[in-house]
Design a protein around this ligand. Structure first.
Ligand code: MEZ
Length: 598
């Protein structure tokens, strides 16, 4: 650049800076916001934004600058003394700007689900920062911006949860150019929160441990769990491709070596990382790394507002509302809808099942169901929308799911009278109904030391303050507020059943561990909304089915946005299988469809 061109360029930059500050309105002047605090510390706009003020929807450069000055998540995590460490959480390494806002009140992402105080620097005023309802963000002044921007790609994938990542990676590896869109400020979807594992039948991990399993049994149990309302063809695909799904995850770098039993299943079929670690955060880390390694174009803060079609029965792309770029078009040869379910949408849940309105939801705040209705507008048939799963064990009055694997590892369910009242590993619909039939509509998980040691997630619940502990069963009963003699008798009977390998009271087929000391633990639990079984109708090729029963050309779907796989009740551990099996089918079929079209 010559001096002649530098000066006007600098003037233009300065003008843009001023104009941009004005566009942010009076908010930018608030000294309690991050921008104000930075300004006080002589940090300039350009230090964060760079010379160009254009911020992309994923805020990539901005976040790189945050990390350049403040260090990465690992550095920040090391500085945190408190046991709740937002820089070392199950959300993994995400955008700084998911929590730390520049020009409006900062807001801890964790607080959408957790109630612990999350004071963050430059939080703004209390009122501005504590509203927990998630709304899609637009940069101030850019809400209704409609651009003429048009992009083109082979495959566009809606929703960067487990199915979205698997579909994107698979389509990419089959030669397609992929754009993966996520409306939330972070990727991961509900898969990020998955605590249990992935169900798979006849895997090398089962065989290594001398366990015999059969996909035909997985079909039977999945159908029975779904009250035979599942699409049997989809269930067969789920079961017979499940072992392959585990191998696929391992090929990406995942650890699926530990096995546990889930409700409604007669073998240890739920695969998870060693030590019983939660499967979701592990998988999402692996997916993020794999997508980055492949340079897949992943965009957060990018909400699909319309699925486009040619009016002759084929989809042609999407319209996206970017947080900063406004509304734009992506023309695509194929669209894959992996936008997830709606168990976080109180109004929608209430419209199908009024009795579930206002119950706690285990879901991430973005699980609000738009992906289903976008598909419906593009001609898709929706099925089983009123089938909403209530998970038996949410932690007391919180939104924290206490994983079914805790029961699978050896915890028993007792009521407020200190007695067992249900087979702990029955299906979720039955276990939830049994808890809701108790006068208090809640119960306790009671477990011993060997169970705690077998499942690292229990230490997480202890850290979150959900667990009561005592040195004897009687002392635990006192803390729980249940009769000590009843709980002592219940534990003694259960331990006898463990010794005899026979459960005369509730016919448990497996009793992996006794409730043993030296320490005893209890968690107060209540049922809460967990999974929506209904959604977009698909066939075994993951093609979206129209109201007339025919596949919609170029349109695929996978995961919780679809209906039919789980019938009227999903088995624990089958959701991750669904995301991987059908995510792979959708990705691979979308890529071969494009090749055929070329
Ligand atoms: O699949 C699930 O939803 C699951 C296993 C949840 C859990 O309880 O951990």
């Amino acid at each position: 650049m010559t001096r002649k061109t530098i000066v006007p360029a600098l003037l233009l930059s300065a003008a843009l800076l001023i104009a941009a500050s004005a566009a942010w309105g009076e908010d930018s002047s608030k000294s309690s916001f991050l921008s104000g605090v930075h300004k006080k510390n002589q940090v300039t706009c350009a230090d964060c934004h760079g010379k160009s003020l254009t911020v992309d929807d994923s805020e990539t450069a901005l976040n790189k600058n945050c990390k350049g000055c403040h260090g990465g998540f690992a550095d920040l995590a090391a500085k945190t003394k408190e046991h709740i460490n937002p820089h070392n959480s199950h959300l993994g390494d995400t955008n700084c700007t998911a929590c730390h806002k520049g020009h409006v009140a900062s807001k801890a992402y964790c607080n959408y689900c957790h109630s612990f105080a999350m004071k963050i620097p430059a939080m703004g005023t209390e009122k501005e920062s504590t509203d927990k309802k998630w709304v899609q963000e637009s940069a101030p002044g850019k809400k209704d911006l409609k651009s003429n921007r048009v992009e083109s790609t082979d495959v566009v994938v809606i929703g960067a949860g487990g199915s979205g990542y698997v579909a994107s990676i698979t389509a990419h590896d089959a030669g397609a150019k992929v754009i993966l869109l996520e409306k939330m400020p972070i990727t991961g979807g509900n898969s990020m929160l998955a605590a249990g594992g992935i169900n798979a039948a006849r895997t090398r991990y089962q065989e290594r441990l001398g366990m015999h399993d059969d996909p035909a049994e997985m079909v039977k149990e999945t159908m029975k769990g779904g009250r035979d309302k599942n699409d049997p063809e989809l269930v067969k695909v789920l079961a017979y491709k499940s072992a392959d799904a585990v191998d696929f995850l391992v090929s990406l770098g995942a650890d699926m070596t530990d096995l546990v039993r889930s409700g409604g299943v007669a073998v240890d079929r739920t695969h998870r990382p060693v030590g019983g670690a939660a499967v979701g955060p592990h998988l999402i880390k692996v997916y993020r790394e794999n997508a980055a390694k492949r340079n897949i174009d992943v965009r957060v803060n990018s909400e699909v507002v319309q699925i486009l079609s040619d009016g002759k029965g084929r989809v042609t792309g999407v319209q996206v509302k970017g947080k900063h770029s406004g509304v734009y078009t992506i023309n695509a040869k194929a669209v894959i809808d992996t936008a997830g379910g709606f168990a976080a949408n109180n109004e929608l849940v209430g419209s199908y099942k009024p009795q579930f309105r206002e119950t706690a939801s285990s879901n991430q705040p973005g699980a609000t169901g738009e992906g289903m209705f976008l598909a419906e507008k593009a001609g898709a048939k929706l099925i089983d929308m009123e089938q909403i799963q209530i998970h038996p064990t949410m932690g007391g009055d919180t939104k924290v799911l206490v994983s079914e694997t805790v029961r699978g590892s050896g915890a028993i369910l007792v009521n407020h009278a200190g007695k067992r009242f249900v087979n702990e590993l029955t299906t979720r619909d039955k276990a939830s109904a049994a808890i809701l039939a108790q006068p208090e509509k809640s119960a306790f998980l009671v477990l011993g030391e060997s169970t705690r040691k077998s499942n690292v997630q229990i230490d997480g619940y202890i850290a979150l303050g959900l667990v009561q502990q005592a040195d004897s069963v009687a002392a635990l009963a006192a803390k729980m507020g249940v009769p000590a003699d009843a709980l002592t008798a219940t534990v003694a009977a259960y331990n006898k059943a463990f010794e005899a390998k026979k459960d005369p009271e509730f016919q448990r087929q497996d009793i992996p561990r006794p409730v043993d000391g030296p320490k005893y633990y209890a968690i107060w639990v209540k049922p809460g909304r967990h999974h929506t079984m209904g959604g977009v109708k698909i066939n075994t090729e993951a093609q979206v089915i129209a109201k007339d029963g025919n596949p919609i050309t170029g349109f695929y779907a996978a995961g919780e946005v679809t209906g039919g796989v789980h019938g009227w009740n999903r088995l624990g551990g089958n959701a991750i299988t669904d995301t991987v099996v059908f995510g792979r089918i959708a990705g691979s079929n979308a890529a071969s469809f494009i090749k055929k079209e070329k």
